[in-house]
Design a protein around this ligand. Structure first.
Ligand SMILES: Cc1ncc(COP(=O)(O)O)c(C=O)c1O
Length: 438
């Protein structure tokens, strides 16, 4: 497969952009080689600048649940706005807000921002203001955007005070963050025993997707709800990935738990820049201008982003070919669950044939293929994966015309545009790739 134009594009980009990219993982740092520069996407397929076509398993890191350039989303985007930005309210913001409020059980009001990072940052500010406390509990391996206070790494095993994970993050900022291993209720209890009256919130990916897919252990989320309630702290679900992805009412619907605040992004913008945070009215009313907690944005609630979000959610609602009928929002999710299930079964079988130890972790249409034996419940276990072998797999798949996420610690996302034929093609490609990498 020829990548001459991508190589040229990468050389040019590196001269004027750090690492040649706008977001680090795009640079193929953990798999090596030259990133593929994209030109176009339609349905489940993307084309690079050299004209190579790939089945896309990334879906732009999750947002494109209906696939690339889905006609209804494109139409909504072009029809739904009369300009790129007004700096004034538009009715579509209210329409999208209503859709979110109706879909997500715990959300009574939302505020739109421009990215998931911004939504996290704003939700933490609100949590601190509402509780009058400073500390935040986060879980190792959960990513909530590049928010200073959350760019901290895990200590070993037990709850530890966070140390900055990046130069430029002050110890003062990260010092208010307590890092606990994912799925460790003991760690959370320890944190509350030590600092309970200072903890404003526990923030969690209800299904972790940034150390590869790691589902919550049975009872984990329920315990978080109980402990936070008992201690007067807020529970924040970061549903940037899981919102409208694992189900129409997100992970909170799937696990039947009401967090105090919810962070959203990705699917709700249909591939355009967006973020949102929402929750109970009494909390959200504390945001300016109805309350004293300041938060603002020149492009917040951008007309194109909210129109694409409305188009996407309508597309989810109307997905016609799914069981459950045209208007059953569960229809799309049942379909994607089945399709992704077939894919994972096929991959498992090919992995066995090649004699390579693999672990698959999947919720609905998102999954990670870990190059290791045995389940992954936290970051430490995820790190036991054979990342060298993953890198070889990634490149072998690329050569086969399958664009897999370029890191072991990311998730594959399927979309409504993936067909049974795509699934068969990916399984066949993976079979050849696994035999080749040994
Ligand atoms: C769970 C989660 N939260 C927050 C973010 C940050 O969102 P954004 O990249 O839009 O800032 C991400 C990004 O991947 C994410 O996966």
């Amino acid at each position: 497969m020829e990548h001459r134009r991508s190589e040229q594009a990468f050389r040019a980009a590196q001269k004027v952009m750090p690492g040649g990219v706008s977001s680090p993982v795009r640079a193929f740092g953990s798999v090596g080689g030259t990133p593929v520069f994209m030109k176009a996407g339609y349905g489940a397929e993307v084309t690079d600048v050299d004209g190579n076509r790939y089945i896309d398993m990334l879906s732009s890191w999750g947002p494109l649940i209906l696939g690339h350039a889905e006609p209804k989303v494109m139409r909504a985007m072009y029809a739904g706005f009369g300009g790129t930005s007004f700096g004034a309210p538009t009715p579509n913001e209210t329409r999208l807000a209503k859709m979110l409020v109706e879909a997500l059980p715990s959300v009574e009001m939302v505020r739109f921002v421009s990215s998931g990072t911004e939504a996290t940052m704003s939700a933490l500010r609100l949590a601190r203001a509402a509780t009058g406390r400073d500390k935040i509990v986060k879980f190792a391996g959960c990513y909530h955007g590049h928010v200073d206070a959350l760019l901290v790494q895990a200590g070993s095993g037990v709850a530890t005070l966070g140390l900055p994970d990046s130069p430029g993050v002050t110890k003062g900022t990260s010092g208010d963050t307590i890092v606990v291993p994912y799925n460790s209720i003991d760690g959370v209890k320890e944190a509350f025993a030590a600092e309970g009256d200072k903890i404003a919130a526990v923030i969690v990916e209800p299904v972790a997707a940034n150390m590869g897919v790691v589902p919550p252990a049975s009872g984990f989320l329920e315990e978080l709800r109980t402990i936070t309630e008992q201690n007067g702290a807020l529970l924040i679900f970061d549903e940037v990935v899981t919102g409208f992805r694992v189900g129409y009412s997100g992970a909170q619907g799937m696990f039947d738990i009401d967090p105090d605040l919810t962070i959203l992004g990705k699917v709700i913008g249909g591939g355009l820049p967006i973020g949102a945070y929402g929750g109970r009215k009494d909390l959200m009313s504390q945001i300016a201008p109805s309350g004293p907690v300041y938060q603002a944005g020149t492009l917040a609630g951008n007309p194109m982003s909210v129109a694409a979000g409305i188009g996407t959610i309508r597309g989810i609602q109307r997905f016609a070919s799914a069981p459950g009928g045209a208007d059953d929002p569960a229809g799309l999710y049942a379909h994607l669950d089945r399709l992704t299930g077939h894919l994972v079964e096929g991959l498992q079988e090919r992995g066995k044939r090649a004699g390579i130890p693999l672990t698959f972790q999947r919720i609905g249409s998102m999954f990670t293929l870990f190059f290791k034996d045995g389940p992954v419940g936290n970051l430490q276990e995820a790190k036991e994966s054979d990342t060298q072998r993953f890198g070889r797999f990634f490149h072998a798949m690329l050569n086969e015309g399958v664009y897999w996420p370029p890191s072991q610690f990311e998730a594959v996302f399927l979309s409504a545009a993936h067909s049974a034929q795509h699934v068969d093609d990916v399984v066949a490609a993976a079979g050849r790739a696994l035999e080749r990498i040994g």
